[in-house]
Design a protein around this ligand. Structure first.
Ligand SMILES: [Zn+2]
Length: 552
């Protein structure tokens, strides 16, 4: 739908469709007696919806909608429960995360002893000598207040090689057998761009390796994933996301394999959220040769933007900043692509009609990326290119004005303030007022999205709401209070704005006649909830395309 005419024609059909519902369709399902928050300005609240063939046929009061019921229609009493549109996670890595959940131990635990127990349990079910793999370990979150060591891992799992990925994706931890299998000993030199840590007292391996040194393990761990494994990964993460109220997600660094996995899962009836699958930059030539570009697909599996990466990460403190990290006066973070590289690659995608999504966290990276986008649009103007700034974390007034002028879309981390509060001190109080800057974006009439970046961030939409509304972490520290937004705004950011970011605002993102029947039934009303307990609101049911994808 990147083409203007197609979109206008599509809009036309939608309008006609909603004007004459009864002549075309009979409701298959009616949900009534609800407190429905539609995110449609023309009709913000409703009590009931009628659904047929996966779309909303009518939205209105109980009397209006129940009046449409034909004898065959199923009716469900919502019991006054609050309903919102289905949530859209506009930047995450679900296909990859699903595979990890399938094969690896989830190490998002609050003590080293709990991690040891989980690894021990997995080892007991794993043939001796085979790898025990873990992921989502976070050195800042265990009660021991120190990182995992070789000794911790050897004590838990002596007879299997162990490999554990840090949640941020830039460091890994291993036991003695793991190092042996990877061909690393105490004398192995650091590879270029990588680091093998040693205990400063004894000179022995500490257990941690960083950046390019991770490649030793990548070579040693068998990558025998089948086509079915990839489909199973999507199936698993589908269930996890549906449970939290997500009905759409963007695969933010997708590959042709991910695209196939999505199609396989959809065909098998296992895909429970609509996937907007970005394609990593290095596959661009293959895509161009096949005539594939943004928008190809259907409302379940669609080709998303071409992905580029400009700088490092927020959680592991490598984003490229104009002023240094707190307490590290010479550390400004890193740029991973030059402006010229971004331009050359971006131009190819832009001219071929692709949307572009560039990872840019720090203000220097955002400035660089915007300069590239501005140049592309000046040299080769395209109507409505919807350039995306993935993460777009640290901003200032000048950057905001340029984002607005270009019509670009920021996708800031939604749950970081709440979930990763302990990492915020590296940025400092003043800078935090310019980070994950939803208030500034909304005041400038920019359309930011909800985005988890899972696995690095949590994807629970109710957590996103709490984080964005309170700017308060789990321990009660407030970070960047000037960027607080209201619950109503946060819901719109998490629904309609997400649809806009994938050119699908006429298809989904609000509860309106003609749109896809994607919604969430909540246990309590977020608009009446104390903001500090939003995260505890239970999701009772999730619906995508008129079918329940989760029921509690
Ligand atoms: Zn990401």
């Amino acid at each position: 739908m990147a083409n203007g005419t197609t979109r206008r024609e599509f809009l036309g059909t939608l309008a006609a469709f909603s004007l004459f519902p009864l002549e075309q369709e009979k409701p298959e399902l009616i949900l009534y007696n609800g407190n429905i928050w539609t995110v449609n300005d023309k009709e913000p609240r409703a009590q009931a919806v009628a659904i047929a063939r996966g779309r909303f046929l009518a939205v209105g009061s109980d009397a209006e909608v129940l009046n449409l019921a034909s004898p065959g229609a199923r009716k469900i009493d919502l019991g006054g429960k609050t309903v919102t549109p289905g949530f859209i996670d506009a930047h995450s890595h679900p296909a990859e995360a699903g595979l990890m959940h399938l094969r690896m131990v989830d190490c998002d635990l609050r003590s080293i002893s709990a991690i040891q127990a989980a690894l021990r349990e997995r080892a007991a079910k794993t043939p001796a000598g085979e790898w025990v793999l873990g992921f989502k370990y976070d050195d800042t979150k265990t009660e021991e207040g120190r990182p995992l060591t070789v000794a911790d891992l050897d004590a838990a799992v002596p007879d299997h090689p162990v490999h554990i990925q840090h949640r941020g994706g830039h460091t890994v931890y291993a036991n003695s057998l793991g190092f042996q299998k990877a061909g690393i000993d105490e004398k192995t030199p650091d590879p270029p761009g990588g680091k093998i840590d040693h205990d400063p007292a004894t000179g022995k391996l500490s257990g941690r390796v960083a950046e390019s040194a991770q490649a030793f393990f990548e070579k040693a761990i068998p990558q025998n994933l089948t086509r079915d494994d990839h489909r199973e990964g999507v199936k698993l993460i589908s269930k996890m996301m549906a449970k939290t109220g997500i009905t759409s997600a963007t695969e933010a660094a997708g590959t042709p394999t991910d695209l196939r996995a999505y199609q396989d899962a959809h065909e098998a009836g296992e895909l429970l959220y609509r996937a907007y699958c970005f394609i990593n930059g290095h596959y661009l030539d293959e895509m161009l040769a096949a005539g594939i570009r943004t928008g190809l697909g259907d409302e379940w599996v669609r080709v998303g933007a071409n992905k580029m990466v400009c700088d490092g990460s927020i959680s592991e403190r490598t984003a490229r900043l104009s002023s240094p990290y707190e307490g590290r006066p010479n550390d400004y973070g890193i740029l991973v692509m030059t402006e010229e590289e971004l331009y050359t690659h971006g131009r190819k995608a832009h001219l071929a009609g692709w949307q572009i999504g560039t990872h840019a966290n720090g203000d220097v990276a955002i400035d660089t990326t915007l300069r590239v986008y501005e140049r592309l649009q000046k040299e080769s103007p395209r109507r409505d290119p919807r350039f995306r700034l993935e993460h777009c974390t640290v901003v200032n007034d000048d950057l905001i004005a340029r984002i607005k002028a270009l019509g670009a879309i920021p996708t800031p981390f939604s749950t970081y303030v709440y979930y990763h509060g302990e990492k915020m001190r590296y940025y400092g109080a003043e800078r935090l007022n310019h980070m994950f800057a939803l208030r500034s974006f909304l005041d400038a009439s920019i359309r930011p999205t909800q985005a988890s970046d899972y696995p690095p961030g949590e994807f629970i939409p109710m957590m996103a709401l709490q984080s964005e509304v309170t700017r308060t972490d789990i321990k009660g520290n407030v970070w960047g209070p000037k960027q607080k937004i209201t619950v109503e705004e946060a819901i719109r950011v998490g629904t309609l704005n997400g649809a806009y970011a994938s050119y699908e605002e006429n298809l989904k993102g609000s509860i309106e006649a003609g749109k896809l029947a994607d919604l969430v039934v909540l246990g309590r009303d977020p608009l009446k909830e104390n903001p500090s307990t939003l995260v505890t609101i239970p999701v009772e049911r999730t619906m995508a395309g008129g079918k329940w994808t989760f029921e509690s």
